[in-house]
Design a protein around this ligand. Structure first.
Ligand SMILES: [Zn+2]
Ligand SMILES: [Zn+2]
Ligand SMILES: [Zn+2]
Length: 281
């Protein structure tokens, strides 16, 4: 699988939309290479996890052909993960030629947000090539060469946010944003899955808080929480010594500047993602 981290910032971005803090001022001074835009991950050029307001900018900056994305997995309906307004532009006089269907998967709230945001401007010619499917947690579903499973995140009570396990040709990827430490139900499911299938090859952790450890009940994680999750994964046989890890979804409050992340790789063995990072496993 090939992963491309298109956006590695938290909801407000780094620099944050309206912020003038020291970190945001420094990032503005450094320019585009230091920017962290809203969360989006591209897998093998045809699968995306999340579609933020910055998806269009990602297509410009990194040469991503958004029309080639056939499958979109949405973690939850928060604005930094699902900017549904753009989908009215996928066809009609706004895009040609669009011949392939886009399949969007998510929870019930994602479906509602899609309907609300596209209600005024959606045309039949466009909507006929977009399908939104509500997927229940813990039930694997197939698309193309992939099998994905939505797992319950810990991300507040307003909706049931998901994290995803994605499998393709014997490889597996676990995407853990936005979430605090995972609920026991999800850990149990992963443990049973790993017993029957195999360990996870690659894990990406939510690391919104970076050097601050949030503890048991938070909706996001920091490095200390990532390490606690990793230890729990090892204890349950969900990962092994060959599993690779990355961290993402950084808040400006954690001052996620390049030089501050250099020690992370050495201390934790985690890849500190940045906008545009591509890797294969
Ligand atoms: Zn987020
Ligand atoms: Zn700031
Ligand atoms: Zn969120």
């Amino acid at each position: 699988m090939k992963l491309t981290f298109l956006g590695t910032g938290a909801a407000e971005g780094v620099p944050a939309v309206f912020c003038g803090c020291e970190t945001c001022r420094e990032v503005r001074r450094r320019g585009e290479s230091a920017f962290r835009t809203r969360a989006q991950l591209l897998i093998d050029g045809e699968v995306c996890i999340d579609f933020p307001p910055d998806a269009y900018y990602h297509s410009l900056r990194f040469g991503v052909d958004l029309s080639a994305i056939r499958y979109l997995l949405v973690t939850h309906s928060h604005m930094d993960h699902f900017y549904a307004h753009d989908f009215i532009l996928r066809g009609y006089k706004y895009a040609s030629p669009i011949k392939t269907k886009l399949q969007i998967f998510g929870n019930g709230e994602v479906k509602k947000v899609f309907d609300e945001c596209t209600r005024r401007e959606m045309r039949e010619a466009v909507s006929s090539l977009i399908e939104v499917t509500v997927v229940p947690p813990f039930e694997p579903f197939r698309f193309g060469d992939y099998v994905a499973t939505a797992l319950k995140a810990q991300h507040g009570n307003a909706e049931e946010a998901y994290v995803y396990l994605i499998e393709r040709e014997g490889k597996s990827y676990l995407h853990l944003t936005d979430s605090g430490r995972l609920p026991v139900e999800t850990l149990d499911w992963l443990e049973a899955w790993a017993k029957h299938v195999k360990r996870v090859d690659f894990v990406t952790f939510d690391c919104t808080f970076l050097f601050y450890t949030a503890g048991e009940i938070s909706r996001h994680m920091g490095l200390g929480d990532n390490k606690a999750m990793q230890d729990e994964f090892i204890r349950r046989g969900i990962v092994d010594g060959r599993t690779q890890y990355a961290i993402t979804h950084f808040s400006h409050n954690g001052a996620p500047l390049k030089e501050r992340l250099e020690s992370v790789e050495a201390d934790y063995g985690y890849i500190a993602s940045y906008d545009g990072l591509s890797l294969s496993f």
